[in-house]
Design a protein around this ligand. Structure first.
Ligand SMILES: Nc1ncnc2c1ncn2[C@@H]1O[C@H](COP(=O)(O)OP(=O)(O)OP(=O)(O)O)[C@@H](O)[C@H]1O
Ligand SMILES: [Mg+2]
Length: 105
């Protein structure tokens, strides 16, 4: 779920990106990075629920509620978002198995 939102953001707000997934004994570490994307001017604002700069075209496809990033944050253990406007955006998401196991108990 968190991954899907991150992918949609790259497709909707940037052009192309790479995603790398690293599975360790502790958990899953995902980095989604786009190159040549517009970047994010104000990271704190982008993290707010309901904030979106999605175009009408993107909205017509059912995206653009401004809930993607807040939902990612809710569904992972650690999240790091960094961006250089005009260059691109990097999002790292960590999920720890230990916590997932705790949810099942
Ligand atoms: N990879 C990216 N490149 C450039 N801007 C981004 C990127 N990811 C997010 N943003 C900016 O952050 C805003 C908020 O992102 P978020 O995923 O929360 O909402 P959204 O994508 O607009 O809508 P939703 O995810 O609910 O369909 C976006 O509208 C956009 O301005
Ligand atoms: Mg989104």
């Amino acid at each position: 779920m968190a991954l899907y939102e991150a992918e949609v953001n790259v497709v909707a707000h940037a052009w192309k990106g790479i995603m790398s997934v690293d599975i360790t004994p502790e958990g899953i570490d995902v980095v989604v990075e786009d190159e040549g994307g517009p970047g994010i001017e104000d990271i704190d604002k982008a993290m707010e629920e309901g904030f979106s700069t999605a175009t009408d075209e993107v909205r017509q496809m059912g995206f653009g509620a401004g809930m993607g990033l807040p939902n990612i944050k809710r569904n992972c253990d650690e999240m790091y978002l960094s961006s250089t406007p005009g260059t691109g955006t990097r999002l790292e998401i960590k999920v720890f198995f230990q916590r997932l196991a705790g949810l099942l108990e």
